[in-house]
Design a protein around this ligand. Structure first.
Ligand SMILES: [Zn+2]
Length: 71
């Protein structure tokens, strides 16, 4: 029998810049911070940070996945 992987991969978010990272990351590649948390809400994908109003509002300068709220 092949063992099934039932555990979901948790995503975490950076408390400093709100970037969403894989669970195995220990450092944020964007701001070099290590204040990561799994307590975050809302999912935001920025594809064109320079022309996005949401990105401007949240001060996001890079494209990628972000958390709306981080605890
Ligand atoms: Zn960060």
């Amino acid at each position: 029998m092949v063992p099934k992987r039932t555990q979901k991969k948790l995503l975490q978010a950076c408390r400093t810049c709100h970037k969403v990272l894989e669970a195995d990351k220990t450092m944020c590649p964007e701001c070099q911070g290590n204040a990561l948390t799994t307590e975050w809400f809302g999912y935001l994908i920025i594809i064109d940070s320079h022309h996005s109003d949401v990105a401007k509002k949240m001060n996001l300068t890079y494209n990628g996945r972000y958390a709306l709220k981080v605890r």
